[in-house]
Design a protein around this ligand. Structure first.
Ligand SMILES: Cc1cc2nc3c(=O)[nH]c(=O)nc-3n(C[C@H](O)[C@H](O)[C@H](O)COP(=O)(O)OP(=O)(O)OC[C@H]3O[C@@H](n4cnc5c(N)ncnc54)[C@H](O)[C@@H]3O)c2cc1C
Length: 391
C-alpha cells in the first residue's frame, strides 16, 4: 500500500517550519539577498525552535527526526528563503559522515557540540581541481604515529567561514583514486586551518560559501571517520541521505515561485482581463504546479526509503535531478508570468530564479545525477561505487 498520510507529529513539524519561514525568514529574505547578509540571527532562532540538526539522535541532544520529517521542514525553509535554508540545514551534510562512521567518542564530542550550542559544521569535499570527479582531489592526510597531518585546500564550502569543525576528505593513498580517500573531523581552532575566500554569488546570497585551507594541520588518529580509504563510500552514503532534503528545499523554492506567479496572474490585467484568463498563462501555471507536485512526491519517496532502512541511491538522484531542474524551470516561468516586472529587483521572482540555479550544481550537478540514474538503471547490480560522484 502507498500511503501519503502524514502523522500528527509530522504535520505539527511542518506547521512549525511554515510559521518560522513566514515570520522569521520572509520579512528579511529580499533584504539579506541584496546585502548578501549571512543570517546569524535567523539561524540562532532556528536552532532555538529545533529546526537545526534534525537528524542528530536524542542521545547526543538532537530530536532524532526521521528523514521524511526533515524533508517537510526543508521544503518550508526553502519556501521562506532557500539561501537561509541552505545555511540552516548545512550541519546535516557535515554531521552525517560522523553519524555513519564516527566512533562513540567522536559522535558524543562533535554531535553534542552542535546541539548544546548553536554551533556550525561544514562538509569539505570539493577542491579547485576536483568537483564532480572527487577522485582528483589533492588534499592529503599523512599518518605519522598516532596523528594525521592534513595539507590542502577546499573550495565552495557552505558555512565555511562560521563552522566550528569540518568533515574533511583527503587522500590517504595518492595512487588509489577514489579508493584512496579518507574522511576526518577537523576542528576549526587547530593551527594551520585558515578561512581564505568568501564567494560573492549569483544566488542564495544569504548563505556563506568559503575556501578553507589546511596547512600541516595535525589531528588525532581517532578523528578518522570509518575505515581508512573508505571516505569516498562514506561521502556517497552521506549524499544518499542528504539529497532528499536538498530536493525538498528546491521544491519549496519552486512552490514559492508558483504562488507568486498565481497571485500576480490573477491581478495583472492585459487585453481587458486578468492574464490568468489567457490559456497560455494557465498552461504555464499548470505545468509549474505539476512540477512542484511531482518533485514533492519524489522527495517523499526517497526519504521514506531511508526511513525504512532501504537503499535510495537511485531515488535520491531522481528527486535531486527532477526537483533541481524543476525549480529552475518553475522560477524562470514565474519571471515570464510577471513579464518585464519579473526582471526588476523590486518584484520578488528574479531572486527566486537566481536562487534556483545552485540546486542544479551543488550536492551533485544535474548531469552527475543523470550519470547515477543511468548507471542504476542500466546496471542496477553495481551498488556502491560510482565512477563519478560529487557533493
Ligand atoms: C554555493 C555553493 C555551495 C557549495 N557547497 C559545498 C559544500 O558545502 N561542500 C563541498 O564540498 N562542495 C560544495 N560546493 C561545490 C559543488 O558541489 C561543486 O561546485 C559541484 O560538485 C560541481 O563541481 P565543479 O564546480 O568543480 O564543476 P565541474 O565538476 O568542473 O563540472 C563542470 C560541468 O561539467 C559537468 N560534468 C563534469 N563531469 C561530468 C561527467 N562525467 N559527465 C557529464 N557532465 C560532467 C558538470 O555537470 C558541470 O556542468 C558548493 C558549490 C557552490 C557553488
Amino acid at each position: 500500500m502507498v500511503d501519503f498520510t502524514l502523522t500528527d507529529e509530522q504535520k505539527d513539524l511542518r506547521e512549525l517550519a511554515r510559521d518560522f519561514a513566514t515570520k522569521e525568514m520572509r520579512p528579511v529574505a529580499w533584504e539579506y539577498d541584496r546585502e548578501s547578509t549571512w543570517p546569524a540571527d535567523v539561524m540562532q532562532k532556528a536552532w532555538e525552535v529545533g529546526l537545526m540538526n534534525t537528524h542528530i539522535p536524542e542521545e547526543y541532544g538532537g530530536p532524532g527526526l526521521d528523514y521524511l520529517s526533515g524533508c517537510l521542514i526543508e521544503e518550508e525553509l526553502g519556501w521562506g528563503c532557500s539561501g537561509m535554508g541552505t545555511s540552516i540545514s548545512c550541519n546535516g551534510l557535515a554531521m552525517t559522515p560522523v553519524l555513519i562512521g564516527g566512533s562513540e567518542d567522536t559522535k558524543k564530542k562533535y554531535l553534542s557540540m552542535l546541539t548544546e550550542e548553536p554551533k556550525l559544521a561544514s562538509f569539505c569535499l570539493t577542491e579547485p581541481g576536483a568537483g564532480s570527479d572527487v577522485s582528483g582531489m589533492r588534499t592529503t592526510a599523512t599518518k605519522i604515529g598516532d596523528k594525521y597531518v592534513i595539507n590542502g585546500s577546499k573550495c565552495f564550502i557552505t558555512n565555511g567561514s562560521h563552522a566550528s569543525w569540518y568533515t574533511v576528505y583527503a587522500k590517504t593513498d595518492k595512487d588509489a583514486g577514489h579508493k584512496g580517500i579518507s574522511a576526518f573531523v577537523v576542528p576549526r581552532d587547530l593551527d594551520g586551518v585558515t578561512v581564505d575566500k568568501k564567494e560573492d554569488k549569483l544566488g542564495q546570497r544569504a548563505s556563506n560559501t568559503a575556501t578553507i585551507s589546511f596547512n600541516d594541520v595535525e589531528i588525532p588518529a581517532e578523528n578518522l571517520l570509518g575505515e581508512e580509504n573508505q571516505g569516498f563510500k562514506l561521502a556517497m552514503m552521506t549524499l544518499d541521505r542528504t539529497r532528499p532534503g536538498v530536493s525538498a528545499s528546491a521544491t519549496g523554492l519552486a512552490r514559492a515561485a508558483l504562488e507568486f506567479a498565481t497571485g500576480y496572474a490573477k491581478e495583472r490585467v492585459q487585453f481587458g482581463v486578468p492574464i490568468a484568463m489567457h490559456q497560455a498563462i494557465q498552461f504555464m501555471i499548470a505545468d509549474m504546479a505539476t512540477k512542484v507536485h511531482a518533485s514533492r512526491l519524489l522527495v517523499w519517496q526517497s526519504a521514506s526509503l531511508l526511513d525504512q532502512g532501504r537503499r535510495n541511491t537511485l531515488e535520491s538522484s531522481h528527486a535531486k535531478r527532477f526537483a533541481a531542474d524543476s525549480a529552475m524551470e518553475v522560477t524562470t516561468d514565474a519571471v515570464q508570468v510577471y513579464g518585464g516586472y519579473g526582471f526588476i529587483r523590486e518584484y520578488p521572482v528574479e531572486k527566486l530564479m537566481r536562487d534556483a540555479k545552485i540546486f542544479q550544481l551543488y550536492e551533485g550537478t544535474s548531469q552527475i545525477q543523470r550519470l547515477v540514474i543511468a548507471r542504476e538503471t542500466l546496471m542496477p547490480s553495481r551498488a556502491v561505487e560510482p565512477a563519478a560522484a560529487t557533493v
